[in-house]
Design a protein around this ligand. Sequence first.
Ligand code: NDP
Length: 375
Amino acid sequence: SGNIICSLRRNLSSSSRLRSSMPAWVIDEYGNNGVLRFTEDATAPSVNSASEVLIQVHAASLNPLDISMRGGYGSNLLKLRRDPVSLGQNGGEFPIILGRDVSGVVLDCGSGVTHFKPGDEVWAAIPPWKQGSLAEMVNLTEYEVSHKPRSLSHREAASIPYVAATALSALVNAGGLCRNNCTNKRVLITGASGGVGTFSIQLLKAWGAHVTVTCSHNAEGLVRGLGADEVVDYTVGDVATELGLLEKFDVILDNVGGDSEQWALGLLKSWSGAKYVTLVTPFLLNIDSMGLLEGAVHSGLNLHQKAITNMCNGVFYRWGFYAPDGPALDEVSQLVDAGKILPVVEDTFLFSQVPLAFQKVERGHARGKTVVTVA
Ligand code: NDP
């Protein structure tokens, strides 16, 4: 790792936008942590269209998705999204750069970019089909980028965008919540001690909702500190029974999946527009195992059947997904600068320690986010 640090210092100190190669962590095949490879010669991105923004990465963070993508999760659909004409061609997607969050500085902009200029401090959640932030530079479209909160360092800021974009998409688009309709709404968040959960608690409290969460006993202090009103320890007793003793909910954001789907829907208020939104969906897994067409059809039928069954019981069943949305991050940026949303950084790793950061996230039991400082 000494060599890596030396080469990083050398490379990062020279002008980024003039070079055709850059330091990055890449994978050339899917697998365990052994497939992560540091290189000084990854292809450097450059602005190729009017709407693009080239960013120098100062900090990145890891999500469970990075661990899954390292192992090939989602590869069938993501390959197609990256390059529709390469359908069926194996291995054409490599080398892949992982890392879905960036906080950094704008280096260059396309001629049509109106909201950003070189030197601006920005943050973004990078779509999984694009090259990621475990690199010196990343290229995004203007719509995906937002001005970073002034009150946060790059290290702190990198902990927020991907979980924020996911939570906003799930709570707003699927859950029907927004800053103007949360007063008197009761929301349950399962798996609240991780990245999405710690962000969602704060967002919902800023919007005025009443928030109940599930987590392990040793995360109770963390989630209460972030504003959770009621905390149920899922490691003691039967979590479904405990939650069943409480008043019913308007929205459930499920970060855990598995058997929670069996009991969570019964905790919703009936016939009042209440919604269950799960982030743990079989969509990409189905496409990985069955292929594009069959996987998509199977997923669609599965979702439709559950939605209809639950509609008959007076509640909505929905899948939540990350969606790139720079303007939504602008709103988050304001909440952060107003002190209403705090970054929750559990661990920080140097760029030379990326494999250790992956090991940390892969062990699970996250308490907020794992960040990687790049520059
Ligand atoms: P994290 O790994 O950061 O957090 C998961 C948290 O859940 C951990 O704190 C863990 O702590 C806790 N947990 C585990 N089991 C339970 C349980 N049975 N009850 C309550 N808490 C539990 O994940 P993220 O917050 O980043 O993501 C949450 C989920 O959403 C993941 O499955 C992720 O893959 C998915 N996701 C889906 C997206 C989409 O587009 N559909 C986008 C982003 C995330 P402990 O084990 O110590 O209790």
